[in-house]
Design a protein around this ligand. Structure first.
Ligand SMILES: [Ca+2]
Length: 111
């Protein structure tokens, strides 16, 4: 792979993430009032993605499934709240409890 192609791919990954953060991350923060300086606030794209990639973590996948099933195919606060009582990453803590504690609902290592 040439360096140029590699750079393009990296930029594309960031672009996808930046696009999601502009709308989805804002909605997420507004819906839950994320504690400032928490791991969750600092995670930004990684709340739903695996690092800064396009790949979704278990919480992101659960959201995506609901968005795809929704008529508008757009993320809403109602969709987010449908997952409040779900433990998406299977770490034994429900998503809402993790979010309120500033932990990551899509990362079993954070609870
Ligand atoms: Ca977690």
């Amino acid at each position: 792979m040439t360096m140029r192609l590699y750079a393009t791919l990296i930029l594309a990954a960031f672009a996808v993430c930046a696009l999601a953060s502009a709308t989805y991350l804002k909605l997420f923060s507004q819906t839950y009032g994320i504690p400032k300086d928490s791991a969750l606030a600092k995670a930004k794209c990684a709340v739903c993605h695996v690092g800064m990639t396009k790949k979704l973590n278990p919480y992101g996948l659960a959201i995506d499934k609901l968005v795809q099933a929704d008529k508008g195919k757009k993320l809403t606060a109602e969709i987010l709240k449908k997952l409040d009582n779900v433990d998406s990453d299977g770490d034994g803590v429900k998503n809402l409890a993790e979010i309120k504690a500033g932990k990551m609902p899509g990362d079993p290592k954070s609870k």
